[in-house]
Design a binder for this molecule. Sequence first.
Ligand code: ASP
Length: 326
Amino acid sequence: MKNLLVLHTGGTISMHADEKSTAVMPSAINPLTAELDKLAALARIKEIEVFNLPSPHMTPAHMLELKNVIVQELEKTSFDGVVITHGTDTLEETAYFLDLTLHTDIPIVMTGAMRSSNELGADGVYNLLGAARVALHKSAREIGVLVVLNDEIHTAENVTKTHTSNVSTFQSPSYGPIGHITKTIIHFHHRPNRTPFLPITDLKKRVALLKVYAGMEPELVRAVCSSGFDGLILEGLGQGNVPPALVAEIDLLQQQQIPVVLVSRCFNGIALDVYGYAGGGRDLKNRGVHFAHGLNGQKARLALLAALHQENPSQALDDFFHYPAE
Ligand code: ASP
């Protein structure tokens, strides 16, 4: 029989709705624990409650702790797969953090729920079962961290939460899922690229993320400079542009060895150095700004954070944020 490691971190999947107030709250005893027998036919289960946190309470420090638990458990036991339950709000960030910092071919599959355990149409146990099936599937090996909800399999790199409440909230804009779960089979239809490995053992650096808008005040970028951040992600306009008023502040950051990485606030497509006007992508590239291409802002933030913790951060930045020439 196969061995499956199930790690809980909290989120709606582990919560219940209070009958009187209807507020959705963490449960003292994780309701998923009582449901694990539903996985018994698939594998021998080891369950660990690493945290019981709403996912807006998750920090990169928690993500690192979770990564360390996985490494320790995989060293002790020969698991065939790992399932992690997590709140959906920051699920994509933890998934991508693990994708960047874990070096294993064993499937790691994250899941969550949009409806808490006692709500009508609760999707938690269903998603947990789907995630377990994927984690034990041979085609899930060697493709990095996956996210499974609502019968779809997504990569950690491309998936994002797109809807506040709909159960089909997790989508991979531009790319789509890499597989689907049916009652009888799991159908993988794409092989994704592997995310480069950026090992981390501690977290000392801080990276800020700012969304760019028409007429954005340069004081916001200046505040990043004066608040002791080690890097900045700018979620730029269109193909990767910012208002000209930000350029002098971006120059100041570069002079202080605070790297700036540009992504696009569009949720489809990649940021590129196309426009040569002041604040255009080509202008920014010439000023030393890096481009994170298809990543969204919150994931680029984790990639920059991880790159800054490498032995040679500027080399790691150049390696990670470059796009191979044709
Ligand atoms: N706010 C909840 C959380 O992220 C949402 C969820 O889990 O779906 O913990």
